[in-house]
Design a protein around this ligand. Sequence first.
Ligand code: BES
Ligand code: ZN
Ligand code: MN
Length: 432
Amino acid sequence: MLRIVETSMLPVLTCPEPTEKMDRIAVKEVFAKAVKEWKGGSFALDLSNWIALKGTDCLRDAAEGILLALYKPAKYSKKQSEEPETVVELIGLRGNEEAKEVIRETEHVVKGIVFARNMTNMPGNMLRPLDFAGKVAELVEQVPVEVEILSRERLAELGMNAMLAVGDSSAYPPCLAILRYRGNPDTKEITGLVGKGVTCDTGGYCLKNAGSMMGIRGDMAGGAAVAGAIYALAANGVKVNVTGLIPMCENRISPGSYLPGDVITAYDGQTIQIVNTDAEGRLMLGDAVAYAVRTESVSQVVDIATLTGAAVGITAFGAAPCLAEGEAFYEEFLEGIGLSGERYLRLPIYPEYEKMIESEVADMKNSGGKFAGTITAGLFIRKFAAGRPWIHLDIAGTSWVEKPIYEFQAKGATGAGVTSMYYLCRRKGRSL
Ligand code: BES
Ligand code: ZN
Ligand code: MN
C-alpha cells in the first residue's frame, strides 16, 4: 500500500532518474523494476525529481508501477506463509494537493486492476458464475453503484436464449450482472461496458483439446475488467454515467448443452445458427449488448472479451486487436488509451467479412470459419448494437501472460482493459 507522509522512518529507496523521453509504459516499468529489485521490506520514496522534470501526472504511472509490482497472486498451499504487506511511504509531496489527488485516484484504479487479476487467476472450481456475481457485488459495496443480478429464471422470462443456450450446458446456472453508476445527473448519456464472464470454457460439444484446457478459467477476464473499471470510476466520483453488463456462465458438456446445427432466437429476436459450440462468448455478449441497448438505453457500447484464439495470432500478448464503429467515440478511446498506456490495433471492417457470418437458415451463424476469426467474431457482436457507436476489444492475448512482458505484470492475469475503459469514461467526465 501507498502512504503519503511528511517524513518517514523507513529506509529510502534510491529513486531511478527520470528522463524526458520516457513514455507512460517506461515510467511504470522503471518503478516496477526498482520495487521488485528492492528486498528490504517497506520503504520510503521521494518523487520530487520526477514531478520537477515530468509534471505531476507522471505520478499516475509511478504509483501504478509501484503498486502492481507489489501484486502477488493468491496461493492455496496447506502451509500458508503470511508475508507482511509492504508499505511504501511517499515523501516530498508536502503541499502538493494535485499530486495527492493523482495518487489517490490511481490507488482506486489499481484496486480495480487487482480485482480483475484476482478473479481471472482464481481456479474455476472456486468461481462459478454465481460466485463471480457475488464477488462483483462485494467489490462495489462501498461505492455508489447499483447492482442487479438477473437469475437464470429471469433470463428465461426475458427471452435471452443466446445466453441460455450456453449457460444451460452446466449444472452451475448462468446469470447476468448489471452495474449502474450514475455520476452525471446533467445528461442522459450512458456508456455501456459489456464484458464476457465465462468462468470456464471447455468448448462444449466442440470440445477443446487437453493442451488448451489449462487457461479456460481465465475466460471471464473481460467481465472482471468491466467490474474493476466501474469500481474505479465510482470510487473516484468521475462525472459520467456507466452501465456495466457481465453475462456469466460456464461452457460445458451436459444433457442440456446446445449443439452444432441448433437455431436459437436471441433477446432482440434475431436468429442464430450454431456451427461451433466453442464460439460461445459472442452468444453471451450478443444478448448482453442487445439488452444494454434496448433495455438499459446505453448511448454507446464497449464490449471486451477473451474472444478468439485468432487475436493472439495477430498481436500476441502485448497488444490487443480492436474493432470500432463511430469515429468520434473511437477518438475518445484513443485519448483514453493514451493515458492507460495499453496497446490496441484497430482491424478493418469490410463487407466480405460480414458475408462470412451469413447463414442459410438463420439471420447469422456463430462462426465465420477459420480466416479473419477476430473480425468475424466482432462483427457478430456488432449486429446486436443497433447501430450505436461501438468498440470491441479482444483481449484473448493480453489478459494473461505465462511469461510477463513487463515488470508491472505477474505470471497469470494482467488485468487488461481496466485502465483503458476507466480512462475512456473518465475523459468524458473530467477535463484532463
Ligand atoms: N475463449 C475462447 C478464445 C480464447 C482462446 C481465449 C485462447 C484465450 C485463449 C473462445 O471462446 C473460443 O473458444 N473461440 C474459438 C472460436 C472459434 C470456435 C470460432 C477460437 O478462437 O478458437
Ligand atoms: Zn470462450
Ligand atoms: Mn470458446
